[in-house]
Design a protein around this ligand. Structure first.
Ligand code: ATP
Length: 243
């Protein structure tokens, strides 16, 4: 479970997070929805301890990432918006390398690589060198790396960007399977269809503040608007969209 209370973060004069509070539960996929610049990436980076917050409380299964970063990182998979692949390595070699860094090895690592490759439909790229991979192929490899050590918490920054229809479906199936295993998934996205069909809970943030939290149905009921996209626009306001 991820518990966030009144988290603030400022970069010089830019207030990226002005007071974000929410709870993301185990066995649920929680969407982080917000206009460009709302603070989603900053929030995810702060949750994994890559950025220090200025104010507020963060607990990942009761552990503060600033107090015990190693414990929290062992318990989290983070798909960032910036990732580097090692172009001279094949996907399998790349995953084996990061698996070993996470303390995995031997047959267990080999079969986990096979399982993740199957989960994300990566047969065509698993034994190819990463050099020249398309954006969608690169995201798949990064996602596979994120899932390798079976993290209890999964933080994803726009995971479906650049993915084709089949890969998007594979991603949805993978996330549904992880939810069924009790994983806590927190996912920043701009794809409303994904939120409607996949997510149990939605956190709406605008200008660094939590505006609302609830299921897609609850947000529609609260705003009196049947369509989630229109409900979202109503919650953040035109000002939020243009910020
Ligand atoms: N390292 C940084 N230095 C200065 N400003 C930053 C830094 N990182 C983020 N910001 C600013 O903080 C605000 C929030 O940015 P953030 O990337 O978290 O938004 P986002 O919700 O992820 O946006 P998008 O949907 O466009 O990816 C923006 O105004 C951004 O310019």
């Amino acid at each position: 479970m991820i518990e966030v209370d009144e988290v603030r973060k400022q970069f010089g004069g830019v207030k990226a997070l002005g007071g974000v509070s929410f709870t993301a539960r185990d066995g649920q996929i929680t969407a982080l929805l917000g206009p460009n610049g709302a603070g989603k990436t900053t929030l995810l980076r702060t949750l994994v301890g890559l950025l220090r917050r200025d104010h507020g409380t963060i607990l990942i299964d009761g552990v503060d990432p600033e107090r015990d970063p190693l414990k929290v990182r062992n318990n989290i998979g983070f798909l960032t918006d910036q990732f580097g692949l090692y172009e001279r390595l094949s996907t399998r070699e790349y995953l084996a390398y990061f698996g070993e860094l996470n303390g995995m090895g031997g047959r267990a690592l080999e079969s986990r690589i096979d399982a993740v490759s199957e989960m994300l439909s990566m047969d065509d790229i698993i034994d190819r060198r990463c050099k020249g991979f398309s954006q969608g192929q690169r995201i798949k490899v990064a996602l596979a790396r994120t899932l390798l050590h079976r993290p209890r918490h999964l933080l994803l920054d726009e995971p479906s960007r650049g993915l084709d229809v089949m890969s998007t479906r594979a991603l949805r199936h993978a996330l549904s399977a992880l939810r069924a295993e009790g994983c806590c998934v927190l996912m920043a996205t701009h794809v409303m269809q994904e939120v409607t069909h996949l997510c149990d809970d939605v956190i709406v943030i605008a200008k660094g503040h939590t505006v609302a939290q609830g299921s897609p149905g609850e947000l529609c009921r609260r705003t009196g608007i049947a369509n989630l996209e229109d409900a979202f626009v109503s919650l953040v306001g035109e000002e939020g969209i243009l910020a």
